[in-house]
Design a protein around this ligand. Sequence first.
Ligand code: ADP
Length: 602
Amino acid sequence: MNILTLNAGSSSLKAALLDAATGRTLFDMTAERLLDAPVLQFSDGTTIELESKGPERAIAVCLEALADKLKDHQVDGVAHRVVHGGEAFDRAVRITEEVEATIESLIPLAPLHNPVNLKGIRVAKDVFPDVDHFAVFDTAFHQSLPTRAKTYALPKALAKKYGIRRYGFHGTSHKYVAATAAAFLGAEPSDLRIISCHLGNGCSVTAIEYGRSIETSMGMTPLEGLAMGTRSGDIDPSIIAYLNREAGLNPQEIDDILNKKSGLLGMSGISNDMRAILDASTQGNADAQLAVQVFTHRLRKYIGAYAAIMGGVDAIVFTGGIGENSPIIRHRVAQRLDYLGAVIYEDFNNSVELSDTHPVAEFNMRHSRVKLLAVRTNEQLAMARECARLIQKEDSVNTLPTIPVAISARHIHLRQETVDALFGKGHELRVKKWLSQPGQFAAEETVTVVGPRNQIERVRVLGPVRTVDQLEISRTDEFFLGIDAPVRESGKVDNTPGCRIIGTAGSYDLEDGVICAWRHIHMTPQDAEVFAVQDRDVVEVTVGSGERALTFGNVLIRVSPKYKLEMHIDTDEGNAAEINSGDEGVLSETSGLGVLVKRRVG
Ligand code: ADP
């Protein structure tokens, strides 16, 4: 399937026709100087210089020239890069009038980007009228940010009224390089904690915990976070009022300084191009040297912070023009990370040479627990694949069975040693009630769970005994007990908090094992085939219908011959959605890094 990807910026337009299946680029065009006299370069070696037609017509003349070049190629769909998807889009979508209107409504959040993205869409629909158009959002991958990560500490009503929250950008690239890194390591993204550093003209770093973006350095706009080519990244927000008061600059001028005249360019006074900065720094230019130091220091700070948030890291990925090509920047960022378990191998770092056939290089010591990887990003291919999947999905009308929903109250799984400590040596758990999952039972035994703030009595023990202790509580329980428990799948208790539990014969201090269970669906391998999903995929499920329909994102698939088809949510979620055990859900779509499954229609 051939997909034309378009990236319309304020002064340039990039287009590429890709075969989504093979990843091969069939044709591409770069148009620069859109606002003056556009210069178009094509992959067939030709260049066209157009006379200025004014900014209104610039995109149209470029796309008309492109369409002429593509007249002998098949184009099955057009994928448009859109910078800001706001709250509205957590994935790529087919462009309808409603989608266009929503992108337009988000212009206040991205005044530099969304208008030109939208213009690209509208012009391309005229120039390529016979194919469907799709929008791929830079923000979509970060819609999984937990509330604590996306919330600015501002007055709630003000933030809500103006949509002020952290959205994150470069999502297509972060998602793509995380998946590429995981494949290189022979793992699933859902097995890894990855810190991905996208270092191009714009720079951002993302913490991807078991396949989901849970923290990212860009915020409501792409200005927050790392020092970039021309953007300042993090500054004390008071500087803005100070510049206004003391330097007499108005908001527009300050915005301009922070977005276009700061970063590497501002600090060095030389260039926004890292190559020029590095050259000047080796020749002894002190401003360029400082620019390099600020750039790498800031990134090291974020890496440490993100490792802390995830309780560790398995791979640190460098991508984008700088991340892929600059050994000295990778060295400055990744040295002395031994305390994290990441040990750089300088020879490998210096000889990294990425290409289409070798898109990943590892540059850590063999004994390094954390992998250091340079990964070639390919946002165009990622866009083309998303778009091809949407086209294929549309063709697949099917009738998937519904999924029973069960609400899991707080409960605890215990090892035999812990049962001994709580209920007496050799005690065997007694069956009170068999549960729907074969072999699982609610035991007669209950425990008291003691947290730093409060305790909860009569927490049900589930049997049979397991190899790890694990207490599963809801968010409400967490705050009541005073424990900060991460959302985890069952069994993944590394770096989780513990607590004290009390039984009839004694008490026991859990070192770890307290989690908020990640909402999940149990199914057999046969069910998995029917739903076209695999173990550990992340899907979306719609429960109920009509006005009461509620969609749960981020639902983990667990496949085992021992399971019975059932979705488990916790009491908080059940209450919020007015769901009772016995309601039924419909698998609507996968998200995150999982594969895409068919949509149920009708
Ligand atoms: P964009 O964000 O526009 O996609 P890129 O990902 O192409 O940008 O990255 C551009 C940046 O990469 C520029 O700062 C450029 O100097 C830098 N870069 C490219 N090659 C090298 C290199 N060999 N060494 C250092 N920096 C490089």
